[in-house]
Design a protein. Structure first.
Lengths: 467, 323
């Protein structure tokens, strides 16, 4: 019998996995052609780079807080007492070949992973892709974002440099601030009052390298499975075949495969390029952490900036009854604020359905102007979070521009409530205006195709020709 | 005559089949056909070879231990050139047909009905549904509790009294971070010092205090703390009462126009405390003052605690009592 280099392996797989019908269908799964549909893919590929570089790092990192003395090649820290965790991270950066590249690429990949998720979420939100029948896909994606934030926070917290220590102190205070359970929860997570039991480092490590990545990978599989089962959404377009009932797109094979692989390699190139050329989190400059040490101008990774802003903006008060504290201050900015943001995002599909009464399933996406209410709310809400984020950098503005920090905070305490309302209001008006422009355009086009006689003096329109 | 016709027909068929070579495999194409693009193929080959070159360069850079930039840059170049090859291929000779397909139906009423029926019929021999359901619920809950309870080993969950523990007692000496005792004459006006308790864990949240000296005539300490600052030397917990960071900034010297008073400042969220008035909050999110540590000057002019803090040190939680 003649050998067929393509058909033989296909036959091998099919006869053992009975998979030919499934593969035949899967290879012709359709991807609607639009650049914004690649944002989620960028997140996926950043995650792959994270797992690969993270595995390399885990082969060298020693998750232990016990003291040791640094004897590596970085002069300024020579003979300093520090934890094994920090020492191994510094050694990884200076004395392991390719170690610094892997560490910096890992950190850049984390920042871009979250950024890609957030921009993907904005695309999904403002086009109404979350609507029936894709609410579940949306909620799974939102959960992934929350887990990704925690995962990133743990990642730079377990290095035990000065910045990670300051971040952990804040995390501890936020955990403690939860009314009625905070004290117990803090002791449960940290194993002892701050800075916690020595085992806390092992807990962060296992959560960062196993538990949270496994959760993200599982959610990713569910997310992609749900996308595929329901098929992609698509934009309204000129192709007459595309409708609510029929999808038009490029098949997975051959059309989409080289594009997608190209995007994977391009994402990896960007991340390794950044890791090679642009310094990020130079931990050797911060020095080892002690509870009593702090430094000015400390900033977290970008995706936690909104929480710093929230914590800084709240006026100074604890809710007390008599001499007993009920709600400590960090609760408002550090716990309630993110809770409100994610709860609003999670509930929005149902809120919108209630507001518009639109319960129909949708496969065709809206443009932002098609849903003024959603776009107005979304932009106002986004403005709120972004302004709180900016308020978190008031100290940098003070340093660079000399604007009084106190004055800035007082300004933002009011502005973060007023500006979003204005933005939301203007957005709704702008969307409606754009809609009207389109209506007028449509009428004009129709009129050019088929002239309509002007109404007579009495205002009654003349009968249309031919009707 | 019939034979001739047959011959002619045969010739026509033969001619057609000669003009168009018979398709291999199935009669109908699945993938859209298009023109060959030999020049694009050469371009893709060139990109792939360039990518290979960058890859080899990366291996050399690693082997000769050049630099992070050289190795990482070459690796990134190899990746981006490979990506470019794929994109060029996708844009030129890989078919990019736009197909259409039906969306799956929103609901499958028949299967939904069958599923519901299947579940219902599976249980129709049960007569005590609620009793059985309750028993399953109780067993599940108890089993869940038994499985989850080891998590309590993680920490002293119910012993919240240790959250704001302080090692400071009357007579505990103040040491610097090298373990040397602070003496009253070490403490100068205009800067601040960190002190740790003798014989206690320096990492504990109740341990570090911040020391400053202010002319006693400027102090306005709360009633009852008149003797807490001998010679104007003041000690406060160094852990911010807001979010637990170290209060590591001291606002001094002053500029009358913008910053009229001295302040202890936390660099995390800029909670600002007044050292003259017992650590009260001047600005920022902190909800309660910095706990003050009463001092006395002992033998050899060493600084010694005269008691415990004025309040619980560390970030607040729901059980914190403020005297």
């Amino acid at each position: 019998m003649k050998h067929d280099p393509i058909k033989d392996p296909v036959a091998f797989i099919d006869e053992r996995a009975s998979a030919a019908p499934l593969l035949r269908k899967a290879l012709r799964y359709l991807f609607p052609d639009h650049w914004s549909f690649l944002l989620g893919e960028v997140a996926l590929y950043a995650f792959i780079v994270l797992v690969a570089t993270g595995t390399f790092l885990a082969l060298f990192f020693e998750p232990s807080l016990s003291d040791t003395v640094y004897r590596g090649s970085y002069e300024p820290l020579r003979d300093a007492t520090m934890s094994h965790a920090y020492k191994s991270a510094v050694e990884l950066s200076f004395d392991v070949r390719a170690g610094l590249l892997m560490r910096q690429t890992h950190h850049w990949a984390a920042d871009i992973f979250v950024a890609a998720i957030v921009i993907h979420l904005l695309r999904v939100f403002f086009t109404g892709a979350f609507r029936r029948p894709r609410e579940l896909t949306y909620l799974v994606g939102l959960t992934m974002l929350i887990v990704a934030l925690l995962e990133g926070y743990l990642g730079y917290s377990m290095v035990d440099d000065l910045l990670s220590g300051m971040g952990l102190a804040i995390g501890y205070a936020v955990a403690l601030s939860l009314p009625f359970v905070g004290g117990n929860l803090g002791l449960l997570i940290w194993g002892a009052p701050y800075p916690g039991d020595p085992s806390f480092e092992s807990r962060m490590f296992i959560a960062h390298v196993f538990i949270f990545p496994a959760i993200i990978a599982t959610l990713m599989a569910v997310h992609l499975g749900l996308v595929a089962l329901r098929h992609h959404t698509q934009f309204r377009r000129s192709d007459p075949r595309a409708s609510e009932r029929r999808i038009v797109g490029v098949p997975l094979f051959p059309g989409q495969t080289p594009r997608s692989l190209g995007l994977l390699l391009a994402t990896a190139a960007l991340l390794f390029g950044l890791g090679a050329l642009v310094q990020i989190n130079p931990i050797w400059l911060w020095g080892p952490y002690e509870t009593y040490l702090g430094t000015n101008g400390a900033q977290p990774d970008w995706y936690l900036g909104w929480l710093i802003g929230g914590l800084r903006l709240v006026p100074g008060f604890d809710v007390t009854i008599g001499d007993a504290t009920i709600v400590p201050n960090p609760f408002w900015g550090g716990a309630l604020f993110p809770l409100v943001v994610f709860a609003m995002l999670g509930l929005w599909p149902w809120i919108e359905r209630r507001l518009t009464g639109d319960r129909r399933p949708h496969n065709v996406l809206d443009r932002p102007r098609d849903a003024p209410l959603r776009t107005g709310f979304g932009l106002g809400f986004l403005t709120w979070v972004v302004l709180v984020f900016f308020a978190g950098s008031s100290d940098r503005l003070f340093v660079f521009l000399g604007i009084s920090y106190t004055a800035q905070i007082w300004f933002w305490r009011f502005a973060v409530w007023v500006i979003p309302l204005v933005v939301g209001f203007i957005t709704v008006r702008a969307c409606r205006a754009l809609q009207r422009v389109e209506e007028v355009e449509a009428i004009r086009e129709r009129a050019e195709e088929e002239p309509v006689p002007l109404p007579d003096a009495a205002g009654t329109p003349a009968p249309r020709a031919g009707s | 005559m019939k034979r001739l016709l047959r011959w002619l027909l045969w010739l026509v068929v033969l001619g057609r089949s000669l003009r168009r070579p018979p398709p291999e495999g199935p009669d109908e194409r699945i993938v859209e056909s298009g023109p060959a693009r030999p020049r694009a193929e050469l371009g893709v080959v060139a990109l792939l070879l360039a990518s290979a070159g960058a890859g080899v360069l990366a291996v050399v850079a690693y082997g000769l231990d050049w630099s992070t930039q050289a190795f990482g840059g070459a690796l990134a170049a190899a990746l981006v050139l490979f990506a470019a090859a794929l994109v060029v291929a996708a844009k030129t000779f890989i078919p990019d047909e736009q197909l259409d397909d039906e969306y799956p139906p929103v609901a499958h009423p028949d299967e939904q009905g069958e599923l519901a029926q299947l579940v219902r019929e599976s249980g129709d021999r049960i007569t005590r549904k609620r009793l059985l359901g309750g028993a399953v619920g109780i067993a599940g809950g108890a089993l869940g509790a038994a499985l989850v309870v080891p998590a309590v080993s993680l920490g002293p969950v119910f012993d919240t009294s240790q959250l704001n523990e302080s090692p400071w007692r009357r007579g505990v000496g103040l040491l610097d971070d090298k373990g040397r005792p602070w003496r009253a004459d070490d403490i100068e006006d205009g800067t601040f010092y960190t002190a740790l308790p003798a014989g206690a864990d320096p990492k504990a949240i109740g341990s570090p205090v911040i020391l400053v000296r202010i002319d006693p005539s400027q102090l306005e300490l709360p009633a009852g703390r008149e003797r807490w600052a001998p010679e104007g030397i003041l000690a406060y917990s160094k852990i911010c009462t807001h979010a637990g960071c170290a209060v590591a900034l001291y606002r001094n010297p002053l500029f009358d126009e913008t910053e009229p008073g001295r302040a202890l400042v936390c660099p995390c969220h800029y909670s600002t405390f007044d050292p003259r008035t017992g650590g009260t909050v001047l600005f920022g999110p902190a909800g309660r003052p910095l706990p003050q540590l009463p001092l006395m000057i002992g033998a050899d002019r060493r600084l010694v605690a005269a008691g415990d803090f004025s309040g619980p040190p560390g970030p607040a939680w729901w059980g914190v009592r403020n005297p």
